[in-house]
Design a protein around this ligand. Structure first.
Ligand SMILES: [Zn+2]
Length: 320
């Protein structure tokens, strides 16, 4: 829910009164049955009473999800949650790597790891298993290189400012056409008052009215597509991400789901990170990540990342 709220605000979506979207507004929206067309007046409920804009099966799925999210914390212990499920791939055979655990007989200690599906099914791959904590730490380390990249944040802020200051050339044109149409309607009305009435006058009037309506819709649409996200909002978003606790399971899950879309793991020390923002994707070696001091025990003391990320895709994501 917090993620949805953040994304709406970052895209410049505002409430009816022009305020920022709060987590409560999102909660209300997700529960609001008006979206599936239910009209309610006091105790009377009329399905289909208003136009539905959300399909009912989707709405039901969301309700189920909200119920299961409420129960989620008790469902299983945090360390049993494999955060990279469906995202981690074997570099040798391109199969998914899935979470597994085993208990050592000697010390009764539980070991958790990811294993290539092909290895699991004895289909010929010999990729080594990797420790769950190790690979998840590596993914978080990679995300940190994005989140703590000051140059990237200033670049995003600059772009946001530039895009917003760019003059919209369509809007003045539409407004001029709209005013011209109003003038034509006025002229025609004057003509009618003076008794100048031909069979085509009625048709002409209808055409002009139709044009007026179409133009006003286009103007509204154009005003809505104009990005209204500010540099301050982008900065605030990154500051919130930077304050997350990179060891806490909820925050780790949120970071991984926001940024990572695919990780491919090779046995020769290479690792590929596929980012949800295309241009952030990168192939690195474990050594490089270690060099970036990502395994420092005091994770908050990390300095600026050494690896620049070319993130035009990220810009596009925030602005559009
Ligand atoms: Zn494999």
């Amino acid at each position: 829910m917090q993620e949805v709220t953040d994304q709406l605000n970052i895209k410049g979506i505002r409430t009816k009164r022009g305020g920022k979207i709060s987590i409560n507004s999102v909660t209300r929206m997700l529960h609001n049955r008006k979206y599936i067309g239910e009209y309610k007046y006091r105790d009377i409920v009329k399905p289909g009473g208003i136009p539905a804009i959300v399909p009912e099966d989707l709405f039901d799925k969301v309700q189920e999800r909200m119920v299961s999210n409420k129960k989620a914390p008790a469902k299983h212990k945090a360390e049993d949650e494999y955060l990279l499920t469906t995202k981690l791939f074997c570099g040798k055979c391109q199969c998914l790597m899935v979470g597994e655990s085993g208990t050592s007989q000697m010390k009764k200690k539980v070991h958790r790891y990811y294993k290539c599906v092909s290895v699991k099914k004895h289909q010929g791959c010999d990729k080594k298993t990797v420790r769950k904590e190790w690979i998840e730490d590596l993914a978080i380390a990679f995300i940190r290189t994005i989140v703590f990249d000051d140059d990237l944040v200033s670049m995003l802020c600059e772009t946001a400012t530039r895009v917003q200051n760019q003059e919209n050339t369509t809007l003045p044109l539409l407004k001029k056409q709209y005013n011209d149409t109003l003038k034509s309607i006025d002229n025609l009305l004057n003509a009618i008052q003076q008794g100048i009435l031909t069979p085509s006058t009625k048709q002409r009037m209808e055409d002009l009215e139709k044009q007026k309506t179409e133009l006003s819709i286009q103007i509204i649409k154009e005003e809505m597509t104009k990005p209204i996200i500010s540099a301050e909002e982008i900065e605030a978003y990154f500051n919130r991400l930077r304050k997350l606790n990179f060891k806490k399971i909820e925050h780790r899950r949120r970071l991984i789901n926001t940024f990572i879309n695919k990780i491919v793991l090779y046995d020769d020390g290479r690792i590929y990170f596929g980012c949800n923002y295309k241009d952030c994707s990168k192939e690195m070696t474990f050594a490089e990540l270690e060099e970036a001091n990502v395994f420092s025990s005091d994770i908050s003391a990390l300095g600026a990342p050494k690896y620049r990320i070319e993130s035009f895709d990220l810009v596009r994501y925030f602005i559009l």
